[in-house]
Design a binder for this molecule. Structure first.
Ligand SMILES: [Fe+2]
Ligand SMILES: [Fe+2]
Length: 342
């Protein structure tokens, strides 16, 4: 379970006369103090990334070159995400009173990720049981189980043992159910003038967590054009299919996601076997992963796969639990949602 992060938030306001200093929290977070930009930069320059088996198009060297150019022009530090939303060296003038914010880590270095903030980081619970499995008994469960199993076959054929690329591509799918479920519960809450029991937030958290898995793997591999096309097509089909399934039977939809997560655990276990066998090079962990999971600065790809796999196990539990609630004739709002369950 996450411990909320210690950080000093300094908001420098472009046109504000009294800069606000927001509060400090407590606790230690080694990841926050460990990932120095210089280290990340060194890694980006020198990392051999994945072994040939895993290689998609490599991106780190390209990113490094781009960042060096940007730094030369803009004079600012930071990584890829830091540049999102504006040009380096410039701040968007705002007379709307919306200040650009600058965050710092405990060691005073810049917080360089716009896509997540220090208080959203956490330490993964690696003690979770990875072997838990919901035995399908009812027709609906068996339908969900075999639907997922049948989806695995083409995935195995397409990716074979390129687990890095496979992980990246599968995360593009895994981030959909939480968003669809959360969106539909949101609309339902509005329609019925009733609370959601926290499930909207819990499911959107899951979607965000899955998207962070994708952002992490994007740091080490880049999809080729036909893989991007595949994601485009699969997302179009899967989003709509899951949307309809969730409308028709949330019980079935959550069970399908539960089994998808079980498959994800299996995939990452195979990934770890390849790493341990030396078939995939155990390179340094991406800086984004070190900050997001508060990993030690010397963490490796193996450490990242471990925490991602633990996340998948938590998603498995949440979705099977959600399906079970429906099986008991209740609605999700009748049972408090596992918000912050990582
Ligand atoms: Fe994931
Ligand atoms: Fe997951």
């Amino acid at each position: 379970m996450a411990t909320r992060v210690a950080t000093t938030i300094v908001r420098s306001l472009t046109r504000q006369t009294s800069p606000r200093l927001l509060s400090t929290a407590t606790g230690t977070s080694p990841g926050l103090v460990g990932a120095e930009p210089a280290v990340a930069t060194w890694w980006i320059m020198s990392a051999p990334v994945f072994g040939a088996r895993n290689a998609s198009t490599m991106t780190l060297a390209e990113k490094e070159q781009k960042e060096q150019k940007e730094e030369a022009v803009g004079g600012g530090g930071g990584a890829t995400e830091a540049a999102a939303g504006g040009q380096k060296g410039k701040e968007v003038a705002s007379y709307w009173g919306v200040p650009p914010s600058r965050l710092t880590k405990e060691d005073g270095s810049e917080w360089k990720w716009n896509c997540f903030r220090p208080w959203e980081t956490y330490e993964a619970d690696l003690s979770i049981d990875l072997k838990k499995h919901h035995v399908p008994k009812t027709f609906l469960d068996k339908f969900a189980y075999w639907t997922v199993k049948s989806l695995r076959l083409p995935t195995d054929i397409f990716f074979q043992r390129r687990y890095g690329c496979r992980a990246m591509m599968l995360e593009t799918v895994a981030a959909v159910p939480g968003m669809v479920g959360g969106m539909l519960l949101h609309c339902k809450s509005l329609r019925r003038f009733e609370p959601s029991g926290g499930w909207i937030k819990a499911l959107l958290e899951e979607a965000e967590n899955e998207r962070m898995h994708l952002m992490t793997f994007m740091e080490v591999a880049k999809p080729k054009w036909y893989e991007r096309a595949l994601v485009f097509a699969v997302q179009g089909i899967f989003f709509n299919a899951y949307f309809v399934a969730y409308l028709a039977s949330p019980k079935l939809a959550h069970r399908i996601t539960g089994y998808l997560e079980e498959e994800a655990i299996h995939s990452y276990t195979e990934f770890l076997k390849e790493l341990d066998a030396g078939n995939i090079e155990n390179v340094k962990a991406p800086a984004i992963a070190i900050d997001y999971w508060r990993l030690p600065a010397n963490s490796t790809l193996r450490d990242v796969v471990m925490v991602v796999r633990a996340d998948e196990a938590h998603h498995r539990d949440v979705n099977h639990f959600a399906s079970d609630i429906h099986y008991q004739g209740l609605e999700l709002k009748d049972s408090p949602a596992p918000i912050g369950y990582h």
